[in-house]
Design a protein around this ligand. Sequence first.
Ligand code: PRP
Ligand code: URA
Length: 206
Amino acid sequence: MFKLLDHPLITHKLTHMRKKETGTKDFRENLDEIAELMAYEVCRDLPVKPVEIETPVAPCTGYELSKEVVIVPILRAGIGLLDGIRRLVPTAKVGFIGMYRDEETLIPHEYFAKFPKNLEDAIVMVVDPMLATGGSAVDAISAVKSRGAKQIKLVCLVGAPEGVKAVTEAHPDVDVYLAALDDHLNEHGYIVPGLGDAGDRIFGTK
Ligand code: PRP
Ligand code: URA
């Protein structure tokens, strides 16, 4: 399943992030707000179970989330989406996977991985602002699958058609969510028009 979450509020905030004059503080704050808005939609099909409760007036059947949610940001830039999603799902556990893309070959390299237990039973959200060639996302999803994850959602802000194709071909069972599907990749593997290097803009490293 591929879903474009192009809500007007998301598009408005994303447009601000795309502008080259937007500084680190504004960039990070808008990303955080978009993450929360996206999480609302991404969580729409989370399973619930009935629970018997008593209100001050009467007993009734309520519904609670029935599965654990695990958020897995792809380091570094994925960290920019973490707090916004956690505000909506504060009980979520968090795993981390560190990936960097070789600037010449565009091949991703894993440098860190730490996950909570019981990924088998959880809804696992792999999150990263950028889906360019798709290499990082494909490998991060393989990494959580190799630890047992079965129900996986990939949540990205901006994607290129090449990245969507790579992920849906390698992992057809994974639900993919984007806030925007851009035009293409340039010769350096950057999304066009995109927003530049997400990690550098979040952390002020360039
Ligand atoms: C960026 C981005 C993704 C990846 C996308 O990370 O955050 O993880 O590139 O590119 P791909 O789809 O072609 O794999 P980068 O490797 O620049 O690391 P960073 O987050 O530490 O800046
Ligand atoms: N990574 C980014 O941060 N931006 C791109 O456009 C492509 C990969």
